[in-house]
Write a protein that binds this ligand. Sequence first.
Ligand SMILES: Nc1nc2c(ncn2[C@@H]2O[C@H](COP(=O)(O)OP(=O)(O)OP(=O)(O)O)[C@@H](O)[C@H]2O)c(=O)[nH]1
Ligand SMILES: [Mg+2]
Length: 299
Amino acid sequence: MAVNSHKAGFVNIVGNPNVGKSTLMNQLVGERISIATFKAQTTRHRIMGIVNTPEMQIVFSDTPGVLKPNYKLQESMLAFSESALQDADILLYVTDVVENPEKNMDFLEKVQKMDIPVLLLVNKIDELAGGEARLGEIVEHWHRLLPNAEILPISAKNKFGVDMLLRRIQELLPESPAFFEKDQLTDKPARFFVSEIIREKILLYYDKEIPYSVEVSVERFKEDEKHIHINAVIYVERDSQKGIIIGHQGVALKKVSTEARKSLEKFFDKPIFLEIFVKVDKDWRSSERELNHFGYNPE
Ligand SMILES: Nc1nc2c(ncn2[C@@H]2O[C@H](COP(=O)(O)OP(=O)(O)OP(=O)(O)O)[C@@H](O)[C@H]2O)c(=O)[nH]1
Ligand SMILES: [Mg+2]
């Protein structure tokens, strides 16, 4: 065995909506790459977050929560989640202390058939009522469902168990040359993070169907020495939604814009000039053409 052997691989994070997959990826990578909110279906894409050291490269993928699709956008989201079963070297299946383990047996059966290491992460143990005994029951239940998986209780939010998980991943990682340049942190361009940060504010500030009817497109991203100038468009499905996004006298949109600008300034570490427009793209989330245009179809 070569003395200077290098390890690298794809570590894909899957699970049901809202269990903490994106929170976990951000903790593992040490950067806020993937937006995470209290609402289910926050993540819509497969997003890579890369950890580099001289001896190894871990390519994490965050994916959308697995769901039964009701419209074309959700079909694309599910395709991203399923693609993560195809190319993983190690799979992280995330659940939490409250979800019913039998919730999504179709997907679990696919996970069970995989012949790569599967780490089953029971997240949110900070919220566990019933202490050790209850945790024991949960672990036992999962062990029956996925007998080949290693089960680790964690709290992604409090970073409990995350360092141990990272060490276990390093042990399991195959020997391989790096897949990406060693200074690369993600596979997505700057514009992607702009649209995600704006969408995060929409998830936080609007109710019901609104966040799920919205897509954000960045039409201009111009960086000079001191500033970044950004023009973005929030697309909604119907005229009535446009009114809700803008709000009375534009107050709601102003709040989104201000909060997004503050987060973008943190992310890019530069002053930002942000202009946001709202447009209607009728039924975009059911249109194959529009979904292609918005980058929802996996390569
Ligand atoms: N109490 C607690 N909450 C957590 C923990 N990890 C994540 N959360 C919260 O759970 C919610 C969902 O987190 P996300 O990371 O967005 O979950 P996700 O699995 O990526 O969700 P989708 O992208 O919608 O599938 C957020 O409100 C998080 O703050 C944890 O360890 N403990
Ligand atoms: Mg997510």
